[in-house]
Design a protein around this ligand. Sequence first.
Ligand SMILES: Nc1ncnc2c1ncn2[C@@H]1O[C@H](COP(=O)(O)OP(=O)(O)OP(=O)(O)O)[C@@H](O)[C@H]1O
Ligand SMILES: [Mg+2]
Length: 242
Amino acid sequence: MTHLLEVENLTRQFGGLTAVNKLSFYMDQGEVVGLIGPNGAGKTTCFNMISGSMRPSMGTVRFRGEVISGLKAHQVTKRGLTRTFQVVQPFPEMSALENVMIGAFARHRSRQAAEDKAGEVLERIAMKHKATVLARDLTLLELKRLEIGKALATEPELLLLDEVAAGLTPVEIDDILALVRKLNSEGMSLLVVEHVMKVIMNLSHRIVVLNFGSKISEGTAKEIAKDPAVLDAYLGEEGYVA
Ligand SMILES: Nc1ncnc2c1ncn2[C@@H]1O[C@H](COP(=O)(O)OP(=O)(O)OP(=O)(O)O)[C@@H](O)[C@H]1O
Ligand SMILES: [Mg+2]
């Protein structure tokens, strides 16, 4: 069977440092897979390679059976895979609508079509009422929604979220959690990097754990939460308490 995403022996070296080391995992249509691990474990590097913004030193990424490693980010986006950034990257002097339109131009040539698509997306992320507000005047929660909106406007089948809950208050985290869950219930497959355990444990069907670039565990939230290797490297002695 062809998986939606297949990562095989993915490796990235920076000089003498192996940031991602022979990482293999897969995900299927409709799944939410969490990718967790300590700071510097290689999660963002992994996202960079999957989404086409960084070439792997070794290994392959397949999306719907096609090898996409080696393609440029815009080519990967065209195939239906896109990502959000750990640090939100809006154009501050542009409106929320215009920021989302940038994503929409991945599929639409005319300004009107991009604007229509962006309007649709703003509705989907509950930001329609902020359409004309400049990004610099949005709150962090709104900017996180906008970051997701920019990605959604490229019409992905698989969305990679890099720490979408970072920096948010507990109430805001629930808000973003609800949005991500809604996207999944509408059929979106998601690969999620997150340090906020509540998000990871609540959303993920399966979790892959990285430490120093290597996979140290994989399983359901319940399984990895009691894996001694994960407790030792990441969750700490108390583990995760829901
Ligand atoms: N462009 C780069 N050049 C050199 N080293 C890099 C580069 N990008 C990442 N690294 C190193 O690779 C390792 C993995 O970094 P990465 O950003 O992927 O970790 P991460 O798991 O996303 O961490 P965090 O949870 O802090 O975001 C780190 O040691 C980092 O310093
Ligand atoms: Mg990171």
